[in-house]
Design a binder for this molecule. Structure first.
Ligand SMILES: [Zn+2]
Length: 226
């Protein structure tokens, strides 16, 4: 059996980390990283082969993902789910409230080190301006860092679920012309709010950012409708 991920992990010196990941986590990460996109088929034997695990844990992981609506049946096969218009709106509603709470808590609890990391993430975004995929990854890391800075583990868990579902959107709003530059300014406004310890300002900046991202996505979807 091929073990490409495992071999790569050994080469990178991260074998222990990967070896401990279960099939479920590996599949979720592969969806999150765009290796499997919404609508793509998920074949048990291929997944087992790719991740170097046996088929039983893969089957169990797929069943779990199906109950979480991350994958769905299409005839006899399983495919990565796509969000419809209503699901998109529902997800953004929950995301807005949870991210706003994270910003408010982070303004109070973030350490100086965490604030410096957030600022450096905004600065580094400038290096990715022409690369939508890199920007989308950097964006996920930025938001995750704010979640962690809230220092509330239950909130972090809930936001992880929301962001896992965000991976079911076919395309990042950061792929839209002109959006990266504006989003970068919005990220800076959030960090400014956090640095000043002003929970209301950080929350308002975050709400404005998510609202703009949602609006961008809706406009893009409307433009692409036949
Ligand atoms: Zn963002």
């Amino acid at each position: 059996m091929r073990r490409p991920v495992f071999a790569l992990a050994i080469a990178c010196g991260i074998a222990a980390t990967v070896a401990m990941k279960d099939a479920y986590t590996l599949i979720v990460e592969a969806i999150d990283n765009g290796i499997y996109k919404p609508g793509n088929r998920l074949v048990e034997s291929e997944l087992a082969d790719r991740f170097g695990v046996s088929r039983t844990p893969v089957r169990e992981a797929l069943q779990r993902l199906e109950t979480q609506s991350m994958v769905k049946r299409d005839g006899r096969s399983l495919i990565v789910a796509t969000l419809d218009h209503n699901q998109l709106a529902e997800l953004y509603t929950v995301r807005t409230e949870l991210e706003a709470l994270a910003a408010r808590l982070a303004a109070r609890h973030a350490t100086p080190e965490e604030l410096r990391v957030l600022q450096s993430m905004v600065d580094e975004d400038l290096c990715h301006m022409g690369d939508a995929e890199a920007l989308a990854r950097a964006n996920r890391r930025f938001h995750h860092q704010i979640h962690l800075a809230s220092h509330n583990r239950y909130l972090v868990q809930q936001l992880d679920i929301v962001h896992r579902n965000m991976a079911l959107m076919a395309r990042s709003s950061l792929a839209v012309e002109g959006r990266p530059k504006v989003a970068l300014a919005e990220h800076q406004a959030i960090v400014d709010g956090l640095k000043s310890g002003d929970g209301a300002a950080a929350e308002a900046a975050l709400r404005a950012h998510i609202s703009k991202a949602f609006e961008t996505r809706l406009r893009e979807d409307a433009r692409r409708e036949p």
